[in-house]
Write a protein that binds this ligand. Structure first.
Ligand SMILES: [Zn+2]
Length: 408
């Protein structure tokens, strides 16, 4: 900074302008790179369960910063021109984030043109003009479900612009805001049914919680819920008949589940090349390390907790993700069954195709193929062909071979 104290006012302005310009270019470049990283799902390799986790944990962005960049990156896939707006400084990142929920093919050009050079507040006013919302009442009242933006536009005659409707904006999310070291403000929207239940619980517990304090009431309820759920998962307290696990069954006995959850501390166990562990604690499933479909046993040593993202990632590693993905993509292009197919393919790629127990490798692979979007008759014909060729009846080679037959 001392170096700057000796330069002229004019030079200082010029340097600052250049730095801001470079910052804008870099901001657009960051979005551009994030998009490609997202497409490759590279965050999975780096022990993050999502792009958001990657932005926060690996890139050091704040949660808000991560959310804005992710949203802008994903909308820029549909409307690449918004990166030019960002790079040129015509619309700032926050502005693009605000616009992102409203952009459609029909309105993008006009909306971007009007948004250029506007501050955040001006943009909020612009959007309020284009997509007016009902007035907010001055008191706290039961929340009325907000009509989708499309309905609002229609109701208000689409404002003064005759604009096409904007896509619906997702419902408000719950908010947890720290107030002090020991207290938080928790805010969420309750349904009428939940409001009634709260009232009912308050009455039932009027002796235990005489103040009727909602936080105290909810803490009791949550304590009970945690206890019940922990018990259910661990199978504690239930006198159980010891069931022998059938050979070939993919059922994970509760003793194994409990031991695995305890050992893995209810957190995804994926570790990247640098030894960083995935921090995900939600959407966890117990998975076989040596895949069940390939003969891995259901033991504590061979099971671990994985988040859904890393479960799918590991599955792609086992079944040859690139190969499977490429073949699935080709099949999709040829049949133009987007959407549903991708979902089925993801399901089928899951390390252990959810085949019914006791079915042989051919049946398992047939099941997986159908979930990838192939017709059952096509899958059967391909597998018959492979039987004739004498392909090894194990799921992995069979699946690879079947896909090759189906997508020559
Ligand atoms: Zn994970």
């Amino acid at each position: 900074m001392n170096a700057l104290s000796s330069i002229s006012d004019r030079e200082l302005r010029e340097r600052l302008t250049a730095a801001v310009s470079a910052e804008r270019m870099a901001a657009a470049d960051v979005i551009y790179h994030l998009l490609e990283l997202d497409r490759r799902q590279l965050y999975l390799q780096d022990a993050c369960s999502s792009l958001f986790a990657y932005c926060v944990e690996r890139l050091g962005y704040s949660e808000d910063g991560a959310t804005k960049r992710m949203r802008v990156a994903r909308i820029s896939q549909r409307f690449p021109q918004i990166l030019d707006e960002l790079a040129s400084g015509a619309i700032h990142l926050t502005g693009l984030f605000l616009l992102s929920g409203h952009l459609t093919e029909e309105n993008v050009d006009r909306l971007l043109a009007e948004a250029r050079g506007k501050s955040k507040r001006q943009l909020e006013e612009l959007l309020a003009r284009w997509y007016p919302k009902p007035d907010v009442a001055a008191t706290i009242t039961p929340s009325v479900p907000e009509p989708a933006q499309a309905e609002l536009s229609t109701m208000s005659g689409a404002g003064n612009s005759g604009l096409p409707p904007a896509p619906p904006v997702p419902a408000a999310r719950a908010r947890v805001e720290p107030l002090s070291a020991t207290s938080f403000r928790v805010e969420f929207t309750a349904s009428a049914a939940l409001r009634d239940k709260l009232e009912h619980a308050r009455n039932l517990l009027s002796h235990a919680v005489p103040s009727g304090d909602l936080a105290a009431l909810i803490e009791r309820a949550i304590d009970e819920l945690i206890a019940v759920e922990t018990k259910r998962r661990s199978g504690a307290g239930k006198p159980r008949k010891h069931r022998e696990t059938r050979a070939g069954s993919r059922h994970v006995p509760v003793e194994v589940q409990r031991a695995v959850r305890e050992r893995d501390e209810d957190q995804c166990t994926f570790v990247d090349a640098e030894g960083r562990r995935c921090s995900e604690k939600r959407f966890l499933t117990i998975e076989h390390i040596d895949p069940y479909a390939l003969g891995g046993p259901t033991t504590v040593e061979n099971c671990c907790l994985l988040c859904s993202a890393h479960n799918a990632y590991q599955a792609r590693q086992v079944f040859g993700g690139e190969h499977v993905a490429r073949k699935v993509e080709e099949a999709r292009a040829s049949r133009e069954q987007s959407g549903v197919l991708a979902e089925h393919a993801a399901h089928a790629e899951s390390a252990e195709p959810a085949a019914p127990p006791e079915c042989d490798a051919f049946q398992k692979v047939c099941y997986a193929l159908v979930h990838m979007g192939f017709k059952a008759t096509q899958a059967k014909r391909a597998l018959d062909e492979l039987r004739r060729r004498g392909v090894e009846p194990r799921p992995e080679p069979l699946l690879r071979a079947a896909i090759t037959v189906l997508t020559p």
